[in-house]
Each structure stands twice: as structure tokens, then as C-alpha cells.
Design a protein around this ligand. Sequence first.
Ligand code: IPE
Ligand code: IPE
Ligand code: MG
Length: 238
Amino acid sequence: MEEEKKSPKHVAIIMDGNGRWAKERGLPRLKGHEQGIEALRRTVRATIDLKLEILTVFGFSTENWNRPTREVNGLMRLAKYFMKTDVDELHRAGVRLRVIGNRDGIDPKLRHMIDEAEKLTADNRQLTFVVAFNYGCRQEIARAVRRIAEKVAKGLFDPKTISAEMVQQHLYIADLPDPDLIIRTGGEIRLSNFLLWQSAYAELIFLDTLWPDFDRNILQQAIEEFQRRDRRFGCVKA
Ligand code: IPE
Ligand code: IPE
Ligand code: MG
């Protein structure tokens, strides 16, 4: 009998290629980011329809501050615009929003919008939508190490008891499963400091599609590819 095809519970996406999408059309890079928001809206709707439990997206990396000020300002403006225009609809659709990353580094107004949106949607369970914003996994791991060290210094536990499980418990999100599938659009074959710890056993799919062109069909094809993969987690098949 054919095994039942397992859908991923948690899909994570590195939304890359906005700048190139705009450049191909002779448009400013920000136009690509604007279309990227449209692609994100489509993707959230598709993940709800496909009944995935968790969607994580990479919105802004700790390294993205090194881009020209104009682009960084534009991205921050777009983030505020998204929070302003989309949170109510996400809430009505039963989406729980969580934002991971260094919140201290972002504009207080945006930070406030994020705090409020998380509070508003905290009890929703249709989809958990995690946005990585001002996020880098090395920084996330360093933060976890710091938090553990503080507890050791207070004498709360013996360093000998530090395990992988304990490190995981001190990451931004301790209560959600790791991503089963990570998709990167935009043709680059790298993780760029995204979920390095959490991707230990994720299936990786790299697509040439530029993020503004991403849609439900492409997501479905990626899920089908995931279903054809044989996940062994280091074991051998019986
Ligand atoms: C991804 O698109 C969006 C962010 C990093 C914020 P890029 O802006 O990296 O687009 P490319 O890679 O230059 O095409
Ligand atoms: C990764 O894309 C960050 C986001 C998608 C938010 P980048 O475009 O910043 O990654 P690199 O510079 O190509 O590695
Ligand atoms: Mg890029």
C-alpha cells in the first residue's frame, strides 16, 4: 500500500529576488518590494487554504541594514504599511502573528504595531504566521547562550545539564516545531543566516522564481516535491 503523503506542518520561506524583479522591468528596487508584499498576501491565503499550520517568512535580516538608507527606509515604511493594512484581515482569518528578531533595533512606532498585533491575534489557531524581522540566526543563538549563561550565573542549574533541547528552549520560539520545508526564491543557494539551528533536518528547495512572481501554484509544486523526498533523520528504512 502506498504510504500517505505527508504535508509539511511548517513551511519557511526566504523571500528573495524583489530587487532583480524590479531591475528586469527598469523600476526602482522598492517597486519590487511592493510587489513582494502582494506575493506575501497570496502566500498567506494559500497556506490557510492548504491547511498548513505554520508559515515563517524572512522579511528583513540583521545584515539588510547595510543596504542604502533609501532602501532600508522604504522597507521600514512598507513594514508599517503592511501592519496597518493587513493585521485586521489576518485576525479575521484566524491567523496568529508572531515576529522574531531583535525588536530593540527597530523604530518604536513599528515595534508598537508589532506588539499590538501579537496581542490581538494571540489566541488564533488557523495559521501561525511568523515573520522574521531584523532577524539573524547567529544573533538568535548568541542571545540563547546569553540567557542560559545568566541562569547558570544565578545558580539555577549546572552547566553540565545544558543540552540541545535547552538551547532550543531559549531561542525566539520554543513552542513551535522546526520547519519541515524551507523554500528560497530568487535563485541563490544559501540560507543567509536564516533559521540555521532550526533547519537541521528541514528539506530545502531553491527556486529561480523571483519572489514577486511567487504564487499558490508554485507553493503547491514545492509541497509536492517535499512529498517525494525521503526524510530519514539519520535512520535506515525498516
Ligand atoms: C528580498 O529581495 C527582500 C529583502 C531582502 C528585504 P532582495 O531585495 O534581496 O532582492 P534581490 O536579491 O536584490 O533581487
Ligand atoms: C535574505 O536575502 C534576507 C531576506 C530575504 C529578508 P538577501 O538578499 O539579504 O541575502 P543575500 O545577501 O543574497 O545573501
Ligand atoms: Mg536578495
